[in-house]
Write a protein that binds this ligand. Structure first.
Ligand code: IMP
Ligand code: MG
Length: 190
C-alpha cells in the first residue's frame, strides 16, 4: 500500500487519469534495455539525454543496458512556460558532446511536435560527425508532427494529451510523481 504525504496528495489531485504506474514503466524499460543491448553489441555507444525531462527515464533505462557506454546530457528547451512547443529550440550550452565516429542514442521523455529532437539531430550531424544517431523516447504522442522526425525506440504511445510525472513537468512541477498521468485541464493556465 503506497502512502503519500499531504503535499504529494495535492499534486495527485491535479491528475485526471493515471496512464502508466511505475511498475508498468519499469517492465517496459526491461524490454527496451534488452533490445538496445542487442542492437548496439560491439559498438561504441554514447547516450545523450535531453534534460530535464528525461532524467528518471535515463536513470532507469541505463541500468538496463548491459554495454559499456558513455553518457552525456544536453539542456534544451522549446516550451518557455506553457503546454505547447514554441518551435524555437534553445540550447543552454553552446558546445556539443564529443561523438566523432561514435553511435549516438538520444534519449528524451516525449516526442511531441518533434522540434526538439529534430534540432538536436541536425546539429549533431552538421557539427559532430557521429557514426549514427538514433532516437529513444519514453512516450510518443499520436499527432501529425511539425518536423519529419521518427523515434527508433518508443516506450509507450499515448494520445495527444498533456501529461506529467516521472520526469515530465508543467511549469517545472510534478516531475517527481512516480507515475505518468494526464494533467487535469482545469489546472492548465489559459
Ligand atoms: P517537441 O519539441 O514538441 O517534440 O517537445 C519536446 C519537449 O516538450 C519534451 O522534451 C518535453 O519536455 C515537452 N513536452 C511535450 N509534450 C509534453 C507533455 O505532454 N508534458 C510535459 N512536457 C511535454
Ligand atoms: Mg518540459
Amino acid at each position: 500500500m503506497l502512502r503519500f504525504a499531504t503535499t504529494t496528495l495535492a499534486m495527485i489531485q491535479d491528475i485526471e487519469r493515471i496512464l502508466f504506474h511505475e511498475q508498468t514503466i519499469l517492465r517496459r524499460l526491461d524490454e527496451l534495455g534488452a533490445q538496445i543491448t542487442r542492437d548496439y553489441e560491439g559498438k561504441e555507444l554514447t547516450i545523450i539525454a535531453v534534460l530535464n525531462g528525461s532524467i528518471f527515464f535515463m536513470a532507469d533505462l541505463l541500468r538496463r543496458i548491459q554495454l559499456p557506454l558513455r553518457l552525456d546530457c544536453l539542456s534544451v528547451s522549446s516550451y518557455h512556460g506553457g503546454t505547447a512547443s514554441t518551435g524555437v529550440v534553445t540550447f543552454e550550452q553552446n558546445s556539443l558532446p564529443e561523438v566523432d565516429g561514435r553511435h549516438v542514442l538520444l534519449l528524451d521523455d516525449i516526442l511531441d511536435t518533434g522540434h526538439t529532437l529534430h534540432a538536436i539531430c541536425r546539429r549533431l550531424h552538421q557539427e559532430a560527425n557521429p557514426a549514427s544517431v538514433r532516437v529513444c523516447v519514453l512516450l510518443r504522442k499520436d499527432k501529425v508532427r511539425a518536423k519529419n522526425l521518427e523515434a527508433d525506440y518508443v516506450g509507450f504511445d499515448i494520445g495527444d494529451e498533456f501529461v506529467v510525472g516521472y520526469g515530465l513537468d508543467y511549469l517545472e512541477k510534478y516531475r517527481n510523481l512516480p507515475f505518468v498521468g494526464v494533467l487535469h485541464p482545469a489546472v492548465i493556465k489559459a
